[in-house]
Design a protein around this ligand. Structure first.
Ligand SMILES: Nc1ncnc2c1ncn2[C@@H]1O[C@H](COP(=O)(O)OP(=O)(O)O)[C@@H](O)[C@H]1O
Ligand SMILES: [Mg+2]
Length: 246
């Protein structure tokens, strides 16, 4: 059995008196594709944001290779290079070309020289089918293309884990497939991923582990078969019925 990469332990997060995450516990091992599903407002984004230290947990811990990232002396900058994030709204730098979007982190965070950064960025843009667009600006691209660039940018940092927060939710339906197919390829290549998604077919086919969140707690977790074919918690059944009948 391989060692876990990420261990979330008794994680809670409140905003003022509003408790958003309560005693959340789960483990991610190398190569795992963990899909987090659940209704809007159940705390999925907050969970990812805590894992990426965009939010500070109120209590509990998050271990990365056994080291607690919530400790004060922990360096979030180096950590974010190893645990990347892809957002629903792409978050590209709109004033930069596609290539510069992908080399910026390599040059200014990892201090690579221009040519090394360019080579890494190009190979990742090729992987997502966006190499022909290196000189384009984000505004010239479709939503699906922007998201593929955002994925190439995240991959260029050579992360150990990539977090995705509803990566297809802002896309027109005809563009969802191109992004999911890139993500399927990454999963097949063995990339460790935590994916918040409403794409139940993706969660069922691609994930190794599914976490169902309701009202800030993990209501149920298990293999895709456990969750989709044999849910134990009535809340899971109700969520899936409501969701799949839409
Ligand atoms: N920065 C914040 N300040 C106050 N409340 C927040 C903040 N971020 C999220 N919340 C609240 O936390 C709850 C969970 O939000 P979120 O994690 O975005 O859920 P999900 O991603 O599952 O839709 C919501 O009630 C939301 O309003
Ligand atoms: Mg969200």
């Amino acid at each position: 059995m391989s060692e876990p990469i990420i261990e979330v332990r008794h994680l809670s997060k409140s905003f003022g008196t509003h408790v958003v995450l309560r005693d959340v516990d789960f483990t991610v091992k190398p190569g795992d594709v963990t899909c987090v599903i659940g209704a809007s407002g159940s705390g999925k984004s907050t969970l990812l944001r805590c894992i990426n230290l965009l939010e500070t947990p109120t209590s509990g811990s998050i271990l990365f290779h056994g080291q607690d990232i919530t400790e004060k002396r922990f360096d979030p900058c180096g950590y974010r290079a190893r645990v990347g994030m892809v957002f629903q709204s792409f978050n590209l730098f709109n004033n930069m070309t596609v290539l510069d979007n992908c080399t910026a982190g390599l040059r200014y965070v990892l201090h690579q020289d221009k040519e090394t950064a360019r080579r890494t960025a190009l190979s990742n843009l090729e992987k997502v089918g966006m190499a022909p667009y290196i000189n384009a600006r984000p505004r010239q691209l479709s939503g699906g293309q922007k998201q593929r660039v955002a994925i190439a940018r995240a991959l260029s940092m050579q992360p150990e884990v990539l977090l995705f927060d509803e990566p297809t939710s802002a896309l027109d339906p005809q563009m969802v497939g191109e992004v999911l197919s890139v993500m399927r390829k990454l999963a097949a290549d063995g990339l460790t991923m935590i994916v918040v998604t409403h794409e139940m077919a993706f969660a069922r086919d691609v994930s190794s582990h599914v976490v169902y969140m309701a009202d800030g707690v993990i209501a149920e977790e298990g293999t895709p078969q456990d969750i989709f074919d044999h849910p134990q918690n009535p809340k899971t059944t109700e969520f899936l019925t409501r969701f799949l009948s839409r």
